[in-house]
Write a protein that binds this ligand. Structure first.
Ligand SMILES: C[S@@+](CC[C@H](N)C(=O)[O-])C[C@H]1O[C@@H](n2cnc3c(N)ncnc32)[C@H](O)[C@@H]1O
Length: 219
């Protein structure tokens, strides 16, 4: 899917009242914060790539915060909620003048359809971070889960796209809409060549399909 369609997907989603999803609230949010806090007590200097609706930040402040997102609807809304925080409307693959001790990239990577955009985003994460990079993404292919296959297959059948529906029902790495699975481990060398080591992988998330990858800059 071209990334312009991805832009439309998310901006339409937020304009229709959609949220950043279950991964940013409840037990998922608590688990994600507990992992971050194991490594850095002060979360005061953050670049948040694909920041979404900030439900992840509910009840928390940050001394120096930069949020980047592709949806103008959500960026405008965030600017009103947090006038002191900086927000950048951009595709995360386009390099920005952003720097933080900590970089977050949560629940974005499995939404990236294009391989070049994907690697562009990873490279930018390494450019923005002065010390830590925290990533939450799929460790396993969620599109093999039967409920997901049935739901996505049905969506394509209704759109009169039987071939895509059949592929999804059979089990693929993309839903042709807004989710694509890649083996994240294959991208660890990209971080290593940019000076970051994989410090830890936390795969005890309440979401059985995802894991938290923690990178630290080599000193
Ligand atoms: C599932 S939400 C996650 C939001 C937030 N990181 C969180 O965990 O609460 C995915 C976000 O990625 C944004 N997004 C999708 N593709 C993007 C891209 N190429 N560049 C920047 N943001 C993107 C969407 O607008 C959406 O806000």
């Amino acid at each position: 899917m071209p990334e312009s369609k991805s832009f439309n997907f998310w901006d339409d989603h937020y304009a229709r009242g959609g949220t950043s999803g279950d991964g940013s609230v409840g037990e998922h949010r608590e688990w994600k914060w507990s992992v971050v806090k194991q490594y850095t007590v002060q979360v005061d200097d953050v670049v948040d790539v694909a920041c979404g609706d900030l439900s992840f930040w509910a009840g928390r402040d940050c001394m120096r915060y930069t949020g980047i997102d592709i949806s103008s609807t959500i960026i405008e809304r965030n600017r009103k909620i947090h006038p002191r925080w900086q927000f950048i409307l951009a595709n995360a693959a386009d390099p920005q003048q952003a720097k933080g001790r900590i970089v977050f990239c949560f629940d974005l990577l499995f939404h990236i359809m294009d391989d070049n955009i994907y690697t562009g985003i990873l490279q930018n994460l390494t450019q923005y971070s002065a010390e830590w990079i925290f990533i939450f993404t799929w460790k396993k292919n969620h599109l093999t889960y039967w409920k997901t296959r049935v739901r996505e297959g049905y969506i394509h059948l209704r759109k009169l796209q039987p071939l895509k529906a059949a592929r999804i029902l059979w089990g693929t790495t993309t839903d042709y809409r807004y989710q694509t699975y890649r083996d994240f481990n294959q991208y660890v060398p990209l971080f290593e060549s940019a000076g970051f080591d994989l410090h830890a992988v936390h795969d005890d998330s309440p979401n059985p399909w995802g894991a938290r990858y923690v990178f630290r800059k080599r000193t």
